[in-house]
Design a protein around this ligand. Structure first.
Ligand code: 1HN
Length: 342
């Protein structure tokens, strides 16, 4: 080693004793020219993971587990419980007769229903029955529990902002004193009151979240198919819609941006990239997702993570419906969000 380098190394060693470190050896990796996410593109084929999700019921009850979930951990972020740098994902199973006990936490959660019919989640005093394709939100610090009074297992994808909350060290949690928190309003109340193109006169929301907490797929699907008759799909996205807070027109949740899109059979998108890493769930249909040089063949209920700032294209073999969530809403508020169309 040259004298200069030897002297520098010695200096760094002495500086380290004072908890000091040189920026100049790290600057380019601390501040790269463009995002270099540690998260990698990855697919969980539902056909492959479903047996594991169902087997988890042989090993633990929902009550003992509190939440019986297999985490979808990004292979580039092993040991982190993260699917992207800022988000968590898992597949949760609730068997007939089970209750997942009530608790609350500062993390916001979303559910995207994969399989089963009619199990419920209770959020902040209202139950909703869940059907495949429904998008359900659990706002930060609201008590919630889940139950399955049907005779079939129910599986959904959980998306939470755990890494974001951890970054700010603002995690709090509290268990409800009994398994079930009280339910004070009839099922469907929030959807009728806030999600029917109506709002109570004088309504003032004190929340950062949409007051609609279940966006039923029956309505979403009808909307997607109806709008295909009135316009051409966007070249980079297909018929892409976002879940909206009807009170202010913003995203449904403050940290996680959620969308649903339809690509008509035979349609292919042009390349697109954005600074938010996104988690996609195949709702209906088959197709292809090309991320960089990797190609993923999509089937219903598959989950795929697309790292931020990697260009991707989609191709629909059938009418293809995709749900997605990302931290776009947080990036927009902080002024970080960027996108590029090819
Ligand atoms: C949670 O509360 C749920 O309520 C799911 O279903 C997954 C992962 C970590 C922390 C809390 C749920 C969770 C979670």
């Amino acid at each position: 080693m040259s004298t200069i380098q030897t002297q520098r190394e010695a200096f760094y060693g002495r500086a380290d004793t004072q908890s000091l470190a040189p920026l100049w050896t790290r600057l380019k990796s601390l501040v790269p020219e463009a995002p270099a996410p540690a998260c990698v593109a990855h697919q969980w084929r539902y056909e492959d993971v479903r047996p594991y999700v169902l087997e988890s019921a042989e090993h633990i009850s929902a009550k003992e587990a509190e939440r019986r979930v297999l985490i979808l951990e990004n292979p580039g972020l092993q040991g982190s419980s993260q699917i992207t740098n800022s988000l968590y994902a898992g597949l949760q199973l609730i068997m007939p007769g089970e209750v997942a006990p009530a608790h609350r936490h500062t993390q916001s959660a979303l559910r995207f229903i994969i399989e089963g019919s009619g199990a419920y989640t209770a959020v902040d005093g209202e139950k909703t029955l869940m059907e495949p394709g429904d998008f359900v939100i659990t706002p930060s610090w609201t008590f919630h529990h889940h139950g399955n009074e049907t005779n079939a297992p129910m599986v959904w994808l959980d998306g939470l902002d755990i890494p974001l909350v951890a970054l700010f060290n603002s995690t709090f949690r509290e268990d409800y004193p009994s398994d079930e928190a009280p339910v004070s309003r009839p099922a469907g109340d929030a959807l009728a009151r806030y999600g029917s193109g109506l709002l109570p006169v004088g309504y003032q929301s004190g929340s950062l979240n949409s007051p609609v907490f279940n966006y039923p797929y029956a309505r979403t699907r009808e909307a997607l198919h109806t709008l295909t008759r009135g316009s051409e799909p966007d070249a980079h996205a297909g018929y892409l819609m976002r879940y909206v807070n009807p009170v202010d027109g913003g995203w449904a949740m403050p940290t996680m941006a959620t969308t649903i899109r339809l690509l008509p059979k035979g349609f292919a998108t042009r390349g697109y990239r954005s600074s938010d890493s996104a988690v996609f769930v195949v709702v209906e249909g088959r197709g292809r997702l090309q991320i960089g040089d990797e190609r993923f063949d999509l089937s219903p209920h598959d989950v795929v993570v697309v790292p931020g700032w990697m260009s991707y294209t989609l191709h629909a073999n059938d009418d293809l419906v995709l749900f997605s969530y990302s931290d776009r809403v947080a990036q927009e508020k902080l002024g970080f969000f960027r996108e590029q169309r090819f």
